[in-house]
Design a protein around this ligand. Structure first.
Ligand code: NAP
Length: 310
């Protein structure tokens, strides 16, 4: 076999798993996605990861995780895993036309932003429709933007966007926010943020660039239009698990089903971080998952090799 462990995904969960696997002296490869930017990386400031009382930029934090994993002889590769299949001694993954084998796999493939699924969204993506405030926020200096969502991501990103935009109008389908209380307090106190309560975006308008959104009040069914220069969409995430469909048991949201030891429905495959079904998706819980997944993989590999410490 090429490796003892292949970790799929280079976010906080995957990098922590790789760090632990490296320290356990398992021959470890970590595959970072070529096309998907991790959610932590695109977060401007993470203020609930312990040890950084001033908060830390997501990219900087992930770079630190990476440096730490590199210290323990973990191999890095960039690519998108398209397939996972059984091999007589373990598992095989495919990246483009190359295959790699390992005794065990740790899936830490994260999640991607959900689309709203309204008219104009697809057509105007990159022309005013965005799913990443850190990437595109600076394009809206002194402009007006509309933002969809009411969770932690939406409110954090709305606050971030106020650094640039003249006005951030948050369209949320309820009359209160899902986001954690401290974020709610900050957003409600921010003069640049306006709320369009109990409303959903039904269409994004514009020909070659966004000119506005059509909205509808979910209670009164009243319709309206809000002119704007950009639309930011933060209505949750869906897991990056297409490549393990039919291999691993997934829950109804498409998240990988497993137990507290990160074991999945297949022996030798472990799942950690945002791609697995769980209550709280944060950097700190992703790291915890990653450590447990690596330890479970270590036990599994050492059993196979007949060198387990019992
Ligand atoms: P989320 O918690 O699932 O919130 C999604 C928001 O979008 C909800 O307010 C939801 O409305 C709304 N929504 C969903 N589908 C919609 C639709 N079709 N039309 C209009 N609105 C829609 O997602 P998230 O905010 O991205 O957070 C994901 C996870 O990451 C959570 O566990 C969160 O706590 C965590 N997170 C944590 C932090 C932090 O700790 N600093 C930062 C970011 C994310 P309803 O409220 O009506 O369902």
């Amino acid at each position: 076999m090429d490796y003892d462990v292949i970790v799929i995904g280079g976010g906080p969960a995957g990098l922590t798993a790789a760090l632990y696997a490296g320290r356990a002296r398992l021959k470890t490869l970590i595959v970072e996605s070529f096309s998907v930017l991790g959610q932590a990386i695109i977060t401007d400031r993470i203020e609930n990861y312990p040890g950084f009382p001033e908060g830390i930029n997501g990219f900087d934090l992930v770079e630190k995780f990476k440096k730490q994993a590199e210290k323990f002889e973990v191999e890095f590769k960039t690519g998108d895993v398209s397939e996972v299949k059984k091999h007589d001694k373990g598992w095989e993954i495919k990246i483009k036309d190359k295959s790699y084998t390992a005794l065990s796999l740790i899936v830490a493939s994260g999640a991607k932003p959900k689309k709203l699924g309204v008219a104009g969204e697809e057509k105007l993506q990159g022309k005013g429709v965005s799913y990443c405030a850190t990437c595109d926020g600076a394009l809206y200096r002194d402009k007006e933007v509309v933002l969809a969502g009411g969770g932690d991501t939406a409110i954090e990103e709305a606050l971030f966007l106020t650094r640039f935009a003249a006005k951030v109008k948050v369209a949320h389908r309820r009359d209160r926010l899902r986001a954690t209380k401290i974020l709610q307090e900050r957003a409600l106190a921010n003069k640049k943020i306006e709320f369009i309560w109990e409303s959903t975006i039904t269409e994004i308008t514009g020909d070659n660039k966004v000119s506005g959104v059509k909205i509808e009040n979910v209670r009164t069914k009243e319709k309206g239009e809000v002119p704007c220069d950009g639309v930011f969409i933060f209505v949750g995430y869906s897991p990056n698990t297409d490549f393990v469909k039919g291999v691993l048991k997934l829950d109804k949201g498409g998240y990988i089903a497993g137990d507290d030891n990160m074991k999945t429905s297949e022996k030798g495959i472990f799942a950690c971080g945002d791609c697995r079904g769980k209550l709280l998706r944060q950097v700190v819980t992703a790291c915890g998952d990653g450590a447990v997944a690596a330890f479970s993989a270590q036990q599994y590999v050492e059993e196979l090799k007949g060198v387990a410490y019992k």
